[in-house]
Design a protein. Structure first.
Length: 356
């Protein structure tokens, strides 16, 4: 998952053509929309509807507002969308979405982390049904979808660069094969971004705004690379080696910070790889690389710069998983040595800024 909420500065006659486009909800093979994902996000973003007259009655209903608050206290938009994806819910049929939520207790009974959501299932079903009864589907068609489509259509996606990125990803994955289907990006009416368990990705339309991109250390293409890298194979042996680092006080303290941000564990593996590929492609300069490692989730992913500075030593036929195992085996990633190696890596990156 890549958390861009802390970097974002908030910005505050349906035609037949729109109806037809809405039926497909796809823009090439990169951008997608989802009426159902947006509906699931609606409790967290309920204020988006307060100025629309069709929902005025709901905002005056204390029972509805109470249920929204209770739902939001127990589950976030990202967890709802992840659970819905986990149970293979339909992305665009509102009636199927409502049915899935009404039967969530049985559909998600084997998913351990879903207990908090299931505990408020009746209230969630009530809130979503009320929104639909008051015209949510038409509101999405007339108001949300055209706004998302406008952002998507105005984004100047360089197809040649995207193809180059896909080639770079294929090379990085070698000898593991990369699926020909790259990450689906769902542009939703939200103000942050989160990945899903199937490695697709939900994202605010703000990331498609060139002015917002200029205010961030990353852009859509960085996110695209990042999410595809989540498909890299990580072995149980590697995760066990990672767990051994909990004995390192410096790492353990930083990992606790990362966990509070909903990050941590193997996320550093993905971040290191994304920054490495992005820098090689010219999407990041060395100052940007340094800032990313020192500031992202409060600079808590301390393994990332260590891995990044060693990636040039990865063997051609060596999988990323085996390369990381080698860093553990040769002591580069070793409990008791993380702080020293982290500082050395950051100093090396800083020296590259001066040299360039």
């Amino acid at each position: 998952m890549i958390n861009i909420t802390m970097f974002l500065i908030k910005k505050y006659t349906l035609t037949l053509l729109l109806v037809l486009l809405s039926a497909f909800n796809s823009f090439g093979e990169v951008f997608n929309t989802s009426k159902c994902f947006d509906l699931l996000c609606s409790p967290q973003y309920i204020d988006h509807f307060k100025d629309d007259v069709r929902f005025a009655e709901l905002f005056a209903d204390s029972v509805f507002i109470f249920n929204v608050a209770d739902v939001n206290s127990n589950c976030s938009a990202s967890k709802l969308c992840n659970l819905y994806s986990e149970i293979n819910g339909d992305k665009n049929d509102i009636s199927k979405c409502l049915s899935a939520i009404q039967h969530l207790d049985s559909l998600a009974c084997d998913i351990e982390w879903s207990k908090g959501i299931v505990s408020v299932q009746p209230k969630l079903a009530y809130v979503l049904q009320k929104l639909v009864d008051h015209g949510y589907s038409e509101y999405w068609d007339n108001t949300i979808y055209p706004k998302l489509k406008s952002h998507i259509n105005s984004y100047n996606l360089d197809q040649d660069l995207l193809n180059t990125i896909n080639d770079s990803l294929t090379d990085f994955f070698y000898p593991q094969s990369l699926s020909g289907t790259h990450s689906k990006i769902f542009i939703l009416d939200i103000e942050n971004a989160f990945n899903l368990s199937d490695e697709s990705f939900c994202c605010t339309p703000l990331i498609l705004d060139p002015q917002i991109e200029k205010q961030l250390r990353l852009n859509f293409l960085n996110i695209y690379i990042h999410e595809n890298l989540h498909n890299l194979y990580i072995s149980p042996e590697l995760m066990a080696k990672l767990g051994e680092l909990d004995k390192d006080p410096f790492y353990n303290n930083k990992e606790a910070i990362a966990q509070k941000h909903g990050e941590g564990r193997n996320e550093a593996f993905v971040v290191a790889a994304e920054v490495y590929i992005s820098e090689k492609l010219g999407l990041r300069d060395f100052q940007n690389v340094y800032d990313e490692f020192s500031q992202y989730v409060d600079g808590s992913l301390v393994l990332a710069p260590i891995i990044y500075t060693n990636l040039s030593y990865r063997n051609r036929n060596e999988s990323y998983n085996d390369f990381l195992l080698r860093l553990f085996e040769n002591g580069t990633l070793k409990a008791g040595e993380i702080e020293t190696n982290y500082n050395d890596a950051m100093n090396h990156i800083q020296s590259q800024i001066s040299a360039n």
